[in-house]
Design a protein around this ligand. Structure first.
Ligand SMILES: O=C(O)CCC(=O)C(=O)O
Ligand SMILES: [Mn+2]
Length: 204
């Protein structure tokens, strides 16, 4: 993670393949395990009453939250704890690929077990879309699908692997995206398999 490599771009998403070394991935994983001890993963309910297949928790000033009343950012985990600080191992990725003069206020941690997926959606619960969303993939490969700025139309997909970093900004910031499936057991990083996705976001 020294010189910033040239990203591949797909529909204005900047995709840094192989951005994180194995050591960096392990260091981040250690920090994520510490976070999850304080603020365990939980399975959010969508406003439509269906549980999401992804389990989540957060670090930072705000955590992303979904329940019957809708999607929101909250200052505490369902167990009442404040979210832990975003670790430096994760912040330094933002500092390299993101804006220097604004720090993220949320690191959403998504865990995908074998059959988890995430439907096409926009990230639009933040106050100001001028700031990017920076996404970090760890563990099993994920088939990431990119659509358009409104629902429908053609899509393109790319496999995201452990250590890949995606920056969604500019025209990509409000583009629909989702994860169709993971290739369970494709990475050795998580001993029990599965995938962790971290997204760094400016919330306010
Ligand atoms: O898991 C991913 O790669 C994408 C996650 C995502 O889009 C989100 O958390 O909003
Ligand atoms: Mn998203």
């Amino acid at each position: 993670m020294n010189d910033l490599p040239r990203p591949l771009t797909l529909r204005d998403f900047k995709i840094y393949k192989g951005y994180l070394s194995a050591d960096e991935q392990h260091a981040i994983l250690t920090d994520v395990r510490t976070i999850v001890r304080d603020v365990p993963l939980f399975q959010p309910q969508t406003p439509y009453g269906k549980p999401m297949s992804v389990q989540m928790t957060s670090a930072g000033k705000y955590g992303w939250y979904a329940d019957r009343s809708g999607y929101s950012y909250r200052k505490a985990h369902p167990n009442g704890s404040n979210w832990p600080d975003i670790p430096d191992s994760i912040l330094k990725i933002w500092q390299t690929v993101g804006p220097k003069h604004r720090q993220p206020e949320c690191c959403l941690i998504n865990y995908y077990s074998e059959n988890a997926k995430m439907g096409l959606h926009q990230d639009r619960d933040e106050a100001d879309f001028q700031w990017p969303v920076v996404s970090i993939s760890l563990g099993d490969d994920a088939l990431f699908r990119i659509g358009n700025q409104s629902r429908g139309g053609s899509t393109e997909s790319i496999w995201l692997k452990s250590g890949d970093v995606v920056v969604m900004e500019g025209d990509a910031r409000l583009t629909y995206h989702g994860v169709d499936r993971i290739r369970f057991g494709s990475s050795q990083l998580l001993h029990n398999g599965g995938r962790i996705n971290l997204t760094l976001r400016v919330v306010e």
